[in-house]
Write a protein that binds this ligand. Structure first.
Ligand code: SAM
Length: 199
């Protein structure tokens, strides 16, 4: 009900229901939980991924979730009390300042449900550009989107390909709506990416 309420009030929510547990499990399979120290979630909504990320991540890892919708932020603050978690009421386009305020220089994994085909081009490009700049060299940007408009999907992929190498694309059909998931990684030989935390 909260998702539906947020959807009716806020066009940036873009989905009437949270991602299903099946969809969440399929997407989380792509995260290397044994090595990821800084995980960031853009657009956590009411926390469909957040609890599962906390359950699986390392005890010394941090999770920063960045959400624009105030209903979802209140819900997340009531639902999760974990010292590894920061809940930030802001837009993902400000990720550089959000990380700096928490003493983080880079991110090992970013998972994003922000509806890229629905937001302004300048905002989308800023989010993608900053994410690419702040991702470690062996980091991953996991983008899941509703598989509704074929043009929206092509456009999102084209924008991602400006700053990332698109390593894989998978489809999750048993979800409402069905999803596509892009695994975007730093371009081979990218010189600007921060060093791996491991190396
Ligand atoms: C499709 S919902 C996904 C919600 C949740 N992650 C899930 O899978 O159920 C997209 C979410 O992105 C949030 N959002 C949209 N634009 C954003 C932005 N610029 N920065 C952070 N969150 C944003 C919306 O408020 C909404 O919670």
């Amino acid at each position: 009900m909260l998702h539906l309420q947020a959807f009716l009030r806020d066009k940036k929510v873009c989905s009437v229901a949270a991602t299903t547990p099946y969809g969440v499990a399929k997407i989380l399979r792509r995260i290397r939980f044994d090595s990821a120290k800084v995980i960031v979630e853009y657009g956590p909504g009411d926390g469909a991924f957040t609890g599962k990320l906390l359950r699986r991540m390392r005890p010394d890892a941090s999770l920063i979730v960045v959400e624009t919708n105030d209903l979802f932020v209140s819900k997340l603050r009531k639902k999760f009390h974990d010292p590894r978690l920061s809940i930030v009421h802001d837009s993902a386009e400000n990720i550089a300042e959000i990380l700096a305020a928490r003493g983080c220089e880079s991110m090992d994994c970013v998972i994003s449900g922000i509806p890229f085909s629905q937001i302004k081009l300048s905002v989308k490009r800023k989010i993608m550009g900053e994410t690419s700049r702040l991702l470690t060299r062996d980091g991953t940007f996991l983008v899941y989107q509703a598989l509704t408009a074929p043009r929206g999907r092509l456009f999102t992929k084209k924008n991602l390909a400006r700053t990332f190498h698109l390593a894989s694309e998978t489809f999750i059909l048993p979800n409402i709506p069905p999803l596509y998931v892009i695994e975007a990684v730093p371009m081979p030989h990218a010189s600007g990416s921060p060093q791996s935390r491991e190396g």
